[in-house]
Design a protein around this ligand. Structure first.
Ligand code: PEP
Length: 259
């Protein structure tokens, strides 16, 4: 029912020549990915160049953020319509670096999710607790708040068009990872909440990715967990060989989907 997905988040890396080269290498290494969907999210400035490289390949183009308005006096912002026009199929929203560094609020993230859906972009809504919140036993409270707020007001039929990424903040870019069972526990909790927000069937259709220092040597462990439907990959997506290995290790066995 759920084909795993692996999403490369290049963050603020990749001038044009590097972006083209990296996208070409990933495209060539994943000509016909089986049992996994693959997306690349370069910085805004490289979207058009990477779109050209990915044209005709099964790899999807995504963005790392968007605004909630169509157009207007929002200096420095990029609208979902602009991303859709460039060929983006998905957009990462509520990444912890935007929540913590750019001080994005749950309310803003929720508006972005709704706006992305209006433009047929698949939102990849990120949720995750800090180390201190985990230490205080607040992991479930925090991710529940972020999930409920991020999806607030969406009709049930729109829930299935969203992807969730559980990204514990303490694991992003640190080399620390949640254990597959720690991650699976949170994923199971999130799926329970999705059932409440929509229905059991719609919750079963929503992909929940894990993100946080996923590397070629641990990707296979996460993919063995039935509740983990792929990965959001930061640092390791900047090396084509690493990202290709992660994508292959995240594929459902025998090309089948997860239930
Ligand atoms: C991320 O940026 O979403 C991420 C998970 O980064 P990293 O893989 O480097 O931890």
């Amino acid at each position: 029912m759920r084909t795993p997905m692996v999403v490369a988040n290049w963050k603020m890396h990749g001038r044009l020549a590097e972006a083209r080269e990296l996208a070409q290498a990933v495209r060539d290494g994943l000509k016909r990915p089986r049992g996994v969907e693959v997306a690349i999210c370069p910085p805004f400035t490289a979207l058009a160049a990477v779109a050209e490289v990915l044209a005709g390949s099964p790899l999807m183009l995504g963005a790392q953020n968007c605004h909630w308005e169509e157009s207007g006096a929002f200096t420095g912002e990029v609208s979902p319509a602009m991303l859709a026009e460039l060929g983006c199929r998905l957009v990462v929203l509520g990444h912890s670096e935007r929540r913590h560094i750019s001080r994005e609020t749950d309310e803003e993230i929720s508006r972005k999710v709704a706006a992305a859906l209006r433009h047929r972009l698949q939102p990849v809504l990120c949720v995750g607790e800090t180390a201190e919140e985990r230490r205080q036993g607040l992991t479930f409270t925090v991710v529940e708040g972020q999930l409920r707020a991020g999806l607030a007001g969406l009709p049930a039929e729109d829930l299935v068009r969203c992807t969730i990424a559980y990204e514990p903040v303490w694991a992003i870019g640190t080399g620390l990872t949640a254990t597959p069972s720690q991650a699976a526990e949170v994923h199971g909790y999130l799926r329970g909440l999705l059932s409440e927000l929509g229905s059991k069937e719609s919750a079963q259709a929503v992909r929940i990715l894990y993100g946080g220092s996923v590397k070629p040597d641990n990707a296979g462990l996460f993919s063995q967990e039935p509740e983990i439907d792929g990965a959001l990959v930061g640092g390791a997506s900047l090396q084509a060989a690493s990202f290709i290995t992660i994508a292959k290790k995240s594929a459902a066995k025998s090309g089948a989907s997860k239930e």
